[in-house]
Ligand binder design. Sequence first.
Ligand SMILES: Cc1cc2nc3c(=O)[nH]c(=O)nc-3n(C[C@H](O)[C@H](O)[C@H](O)COP(=O)(O)OP(=O)(O)OC[C@H]3O[C@@H](n4cnc5c(N)ncnc54)[C@H](O)[C@@H]3O)c2cc1C
Length: 422
Amino acid sequence: MAAPSNNHWINSAQECADFAPLCQNQSIDLAIIGAGFTGLSAALKAAELGMSVAVLEAQTIGHGGSGRNVGLVNAGLWLPPDQIEQTLGQQAGSTLIQRLSRAPSDVFSLIKTHDIACDAHQNGTLHLAHSPAGLVDLENRQAQWSKRQAPVSILTAEQTAKFTGTSAYYGALLDQRAGVIQPLDYVRGLARAARNAGTEIYENTPCTGAKYDQGTWHIDTPEGKIGAKNVLFATNAYGQLGAAHQTPKTSIVHYFQCVSDPLTDEQRAQILPDNHGCWDTGLIMSSFRLTRDHRIAFGAMGNPQGIGAPIHRTWLKRTVTRIFPNVTWSDTTRMWSGRIAMTAEKIPQIVHRDNAVMVFGYSGRGIAPGTAAGQDIAAFFASDGRNLPYLPMTESYREMGTTAKSMYYELGARVVHTVARS
Ligand SMILES: Cc1cc2nc3c(=O)[nH]c(=O)nc-3n(C[C@H](O)[C@H](O)[C@H](O)COP(=O)(O)OP(=O)(O)OC[C@H]3O[C@@H](n4cnc5c(N)ncnc54)[C@H](O)[C@@H]3O)c2cc1C
């Protein structure tokens, strides 16, 4: 029997995925590199639209952010909607906001249609005010969403305590469009649905070369080659393409999580009784939610493998004890973590040239936006470019200083976790 993983999503998964590596040559309409939410939702949609599709995954389904994240299926992006319109312009911003307002419902509807066992609850998520200034930020967000008729409301500190089971917060923004899922089960369920729709999926099959020549992409892998009319590079923060293909750089933010022991019946009646997923307004943010086996999964920004590990670990122990004093956390050293690709403007990017699309930089909000991007890009390819995705496409993306920015985020997390009140 395999030793339990630190990643609780692996230990508690109900959906299975097991695909053999590619070991022959193929000629298809669409090759997809990377089996996360983006790649697999694109594969499912493209197969439904009649394209022949193959997905190549260097490791296993959900190895990247899709199998490691918090599972908050949120609407919109991390940026407030007015700021999205200011950045992209009114028309492009409003197209994105409308598409991503609907995107959580699209995710929950895929889950229902394909009967994905991913412990889904669309009861809303809570953005928690960690300070009085955080509450002002949430009130601004609520005003902006209300102008757009979105079902979001402010909860008082007392209401927030009732919804969460802790009185550590100053209030919250409840977004009823959103919800929670077990993310690894969702991505594995997407793989099952895509395979049933006719997609070929290959695990342990890294793309080692990609060249465009006279209208065809030539994709190399260790034991097989693919010729494809179109290609989608859906590797986000986990790209291992090396010399195979140049992917744009973004900053990387590390985020870790850890689970409590199972809650008692009495605690279950008080802590997140309606299964809301939560995250806070801190610049170095934290999150918590319930798991299907009634534990709290608590997470925060920071790299638990780097030299800051002792700082993050000590902070975690102190913080979970402060926020949920009666809950037992037997082993806060068993953390799992993932990499978040963050763009300068905190808006994802879609780069398109030579019948290839690269989508990346979800900036911590990739479940609904990644699913929607995959679906839109499939429709774009299937319509020979007539149906455009929710974001304007560019021919290239270049961001300066990504290494320095990544260090800045990690140092920020260490400083905040060192000085945070106990
Ligand atoms: C810890 C954490 C918490 C997060 N929490 C949330 C959240 O609560 N809500 C939310 O909406 N978003 C969240 N996110 C963001 C979200 O998880 C990501 O944006 C999303 O998973 C990106 O999906 P993707 O399919 O684009 O990429 P990924 O899921 O990262 O998949 C990329 C895949 O490409 C594969 N790959 C790389 N190179 C190659 C190659 N050469 N050949 C073949 N395959 C290759 C990788 O192995 C990987 O499996 C979080 C992210 C992290 C890391």
